[in-house]
Design a protein around this ligand. Structure first.
Ligand SMILES: C[S@@+](CC[C@H](N)C(=O)[O-])C[C@H]1O[C@@H](n2cnc3c(N)ncnc32)[C@H](O)[C@@H]1O
Length: 246
């Protein structure tokens, strides 16, 4: 595992650990982020276009998607179990609000099963660090976005090595202790999930990667040190240094 890739054996193990979090996912996330996660999710919703077709990559159990109001939303995740948790939860909220249902698709960021230039916005929250080939995933996101459209990503990047060490302590000691209590076992999934946190890169690593893949107007901002960086980037407009996918 490094800042760009996760090998297939480790990714399979990661997926099992992610699936084991489903029953307590929101509870532990709220604790781990000191309640801030709600605010970060809302800020991503506000950055997404209010009309058109939006994709969330790595929707997990639907914690972000349930509060997306109005837009035509597609939720993708490689895990059947995550999708099975998300679909009834999200679509119950949509039905209550009298909105069209969300489309749930099983798939991976690295092989997005969508047409070129078919989305008005893409977002990914707390999933990018789990992609097994981050560069390939970002290239796929670029391919399916319409020219000029935006991707928004949130994940806990580090500022430097020292910050990474404190982040590891936070995950291992603080979040780990709470997960042990909530999961009622010392062998809880967060023990393993700390690994993806440790190997995840810095805010600048992924600004560079987004630019190298072909995005423009790339920004990365730490919104809570060690817990959340938000990256925003656009697919070039047609005729303005646009890639072969436009
Ligand atoms: C921690 S959950 C995030 C859930 C949700 N987005 C949120 O805001 O809380 C991470 C999700 O990313 C998914 N994931 C892992 N690897 C992926 C990949 N290569 N492509 C797309 N999604 C992936 C996992 O299955 C998991 O459901």
């Amino acid at each position: 595992m490094d800042t760009e890739t996760i090998d297939s054996e480790e990714w399979d193990e990661l997926m099992l650990n992610l699936e084991a979090t489903i029953p307590v996912y929101d509870r532990i996330n709220r604790f781990a982020t000191l309640g801030q996660v709600k605010k970060w999710r809302e800020s991503v919703r506000q950055k997404m276009p209010t009309e058109g077709r939006i994709l969330e990559v790595g929707c997990g159990p639907g914690s972000f998607a349930e509060d997306v109001v109005g837009t035509d939303l597609v939720c993708l995740d490689p895990s059947t179990l995550m999708l099975a948790a998300a679909e009834p939860r999200v679509n119950a909220c949509r039905t209550e609000r009298g909105e069209s249902l969300v489309e749930f698709v099983e798939g991976k960021a690295e092989e997005l099963p969508f047409e070129d230039n078919s989305f008005d916005g893409v977002c990914s929250l707390f999933s990018f660090r789990d992609w097994y080939d981050k560069r390939a995933g970002l290239s796929q996101v670029l391919r399916i976005l319409k020219p000029g459209a935006k991707v928004v990503i949130v994940d806990p990047a580090k500022m430097n090595k020292l910050h990474g060490f404190f982040g590891w302590m936070w995950m291992r000691i603080w979040v780990g202790a709470y997960a042990r209590i909530v999961c009622k076992t010392s062998d809880h999934p967060w023990k393993w999930l700390t690994k993806t946190y440790v190997h995840f890169g810095t805010t600048k690593d992924y600004i560079r990667m987004l630019e190298e893949v072909g995005f423009v107007q790339v920004k990365g901002k730490v919104i809570f040190p060690g817990m959340a960086t938000i990256w925003e980037a656009h697919k070039p407009e047609l005729g303005k240094g646009c890639c072969s996918n436009c």
